[in-house]
Design a protein around this ligand. Structure first.
Ligand SMILES: Cc1cc2nc3c(=O)[nH]c(=O)nc-3n(C[C@H](O)[C@H](O)[C@H](O)COP(=O)(O)OP(=O)(O)OC[C@H]3O[C@@H](n4cnc5c(N)ncnc54)[C@H](O)[C@@H]3O)c2cc1C
Length: 471
């Protein structure tokens, strides 16, 4: 027996008639004890250990509609899993019926209209692979294993953000199953309020089944990769990064990072585990222009490793994957920055020296460009003044190390907050971040989001997310 409390009422989810649900679906339903159940409930961050009542692996929109209707009829909480990458584990909830979208990974590209239609269970790599067949790309994120649904519903940033804006700025339409079990298409022409809310308001308004992305000519070859120096050169490297970022063309995105050197073959063995500073760069214009743009990085100081070169766009998109594997313990703190100041650099260097795990890092991703020229209220993502995002990423292996690593991230963040725009990224928020941080992420948009919620989900059916209560 597994008792859960839903809307103040105790429910024995063992008594819920999942056989009835099975009869309504094409995809399988998995319950505790099954291997597939364990796989589905396990998300990227090993700090999250929650047990849903059952998992539906949806095979199509009809399965999503049937599951939403079943959950409402039986008064069971719903949770939705895209790529399962959310650091706060928002995809999984104790006692809930989890809709696992991972079997819905189709991508259809219309090269004439430069539109890709992707099912909501896709990972970034699925979309990149299909769009690159046509020399096109959607403006998605930096790690190819991230789910597109959670990323897009929260904003979305990556190597193309400076050219085209947040991912949500490039969405042409979305298909969503609403709380009353209807399939609705939202775009600038249809259900404009819902479309606005979906582009930053998370999974508050329904279950996304498909997304239409605008595509842009990118690749197949770009110039990208990493150059690394010993941490002793960090003051000079960060000053160099600061200046280069000021003048970088929109095609070039620069990322500064400090961490213990990973055991990568391109870094000298004796440096593995030692503190380093690195610049990750990606130029998505022509390879010739890209080589010219990154030449100053390659010739700066005395690098200990350099893998900044021409490579395929899809390879670039998966370059960071190995540094963020599923199954480790993670704790992040993030802030948007308006600029890089010398005092910020000094603070980052100091906190990088106090890192408690060989997997942790302090990273500054360059933003700015196109996202700064769009109206603040064009979508709930807002933060149109962001020029960089600082992410303090604690990453370690054993539960006994939780305290030390979380304390390190919190201390670094507490010191570095002084340099923030005051905004943060909703998709980088951890479990312990509450309403004040949601306000920092979504700002004045929260009021309008509550209105949209009242129209589309007045009973707050969809609340295993960064919840916005109906107005
Ligand atoms: C290693 C790593 C790298 C990352 N890199 C980037 C990056 O480069 N750029 C960036 O912008 N972000 C990045 N992120 C953050 C990422 O955008 C968020 O973690 C996002 O929530 C992941 O989406 P997901 O579908 O994998 O999440 P999930 O954990 O599956 O879900 C997250 C939330 O979205 C909701 N959701 C998922 N699918 C649906 C759906 N079909 N319908 C309705 N709601 C749904 C869930 O209910 C949940 O509330 C990264 C995260 C990780 C862990």
């Amino acid at each position: 027996m597994h008792v859960t409390t839903i809307r103040g009422r105790k429910i024995d989810v063992g008594q819920v008639a999942f056989d009835d649900l099975r009869a309504r679906l094409q995809g399988p339903v998995h319950v505790p004890g099954e291997v597939a159940y364990e796989e589905a409930r396990t998300v990227w961050n090993a700090m999250i250990d929650r047990k849903p009542a059952a998992v539906v692996r949806c095979l199509g929109t009809a399965d999503v509609i049937a599951s939403v209707q079943f959950a409402r009829q039986n008064d069971i909480l719903l949770s939705i899993k895209g790529g399962g990458h959310n650091i706060a584990g928002l995809a999984v909830e104790d006692g809930a019926l989890m809709l696992d979208m991972s079997l819905m990974r189709g991508v259809w590209v219309d090269p004439e209209r430069r539109i890709a239609r992707a099912q909501a269970g896709c990972l970034i790599g699925d979309v990149d692979r299909e769009t690159q067949v046509h020399g096109l790309a959607a403006a998605l994120g930096f790690v190819s294993e991230t789910g597109i649904a959670g990323l897009t519903l929260g904003g979305g940033l990556g190597y193309l953000t400076r050219r085209f804006g947040w991912t949500t700025d490039t969405v042409a339409g979305m298909d969503v199953v609403t709380a009353d079990g209807r399939l609705v298409h939202a775009s600038r022409e249809e259900h404009e309020d819902l479309f606005w809310g979906l582009r930053g308001g998370g999974g508050n308004f329904g279950v996304l089944t498909g997304i239409e992305y605008e595509l842009f000519p990118v690749g197949p070859e770009v110039v990208g990769g990493v150059v690394a120096w010993p941490a002793s050169e960090a003051p000079e490297v960060l000053e160099f990064y600061r200046n280069l970022a000021e003048t970088a063309p929109l095609e070039l995105t620069l990322v500064a990072l400090m961490r213990p050197a990973p055991p990568a073959p391109w870094l000298p063995k004796e440096m593995h585990g030692e503190p380093i500073v690195a610049v990750l760069a990606c130029h998505t214009g022509s390879p010739e222009e890209g080589e010219e743009a990154v030449a100053p990085i390659k010739s700066f100081g005395n690098p200990i490793g350099d893998v900044l070169a021409r490579r395929s766009y899809t390879q670039m998109q998966s370059l960071l994957d190995a540094t963020q594997p599923k199954g480790r313990r993670y704790y992040w703190k993030a802030e948007y920055l308006p600029r890089i100041e010398p005092a910020l650099c000094e603070g980052l260097i100091e906190h990088a020296h106090r890192i408690r795990s060989r997997h942790s890092a302090i990273t500054v991703f360059q933003l700015g460009g196109a996202l700064n020229s769009v109206d603040e209220d064009a979508s709930p993502v807002g933060n149109r003044d962001a020029r960089f995002v600082l992410n303090i990423t604690g990453s370690w292996e054993r539960a006994e190390e939780d305290g030390a690593n979380i304390a390190w991230a919190r201390e670094a963040w507490a010191d570095m907050r002084a340099f923030s725009t005051g905004g943060t990224y909703v998709n980088f928020m951890t479990q312990d971040e509450g309403r004040d941080r949601l306000e920092a992420a979504l700002g004045e948009g929260l009021g309008r989001l509550a209105q949209v919620k009242a129209t589309w989900d007045p009973e707050n059916v969809f609340r295993t997310n960064r919840n916005i209560e109906p107005a």
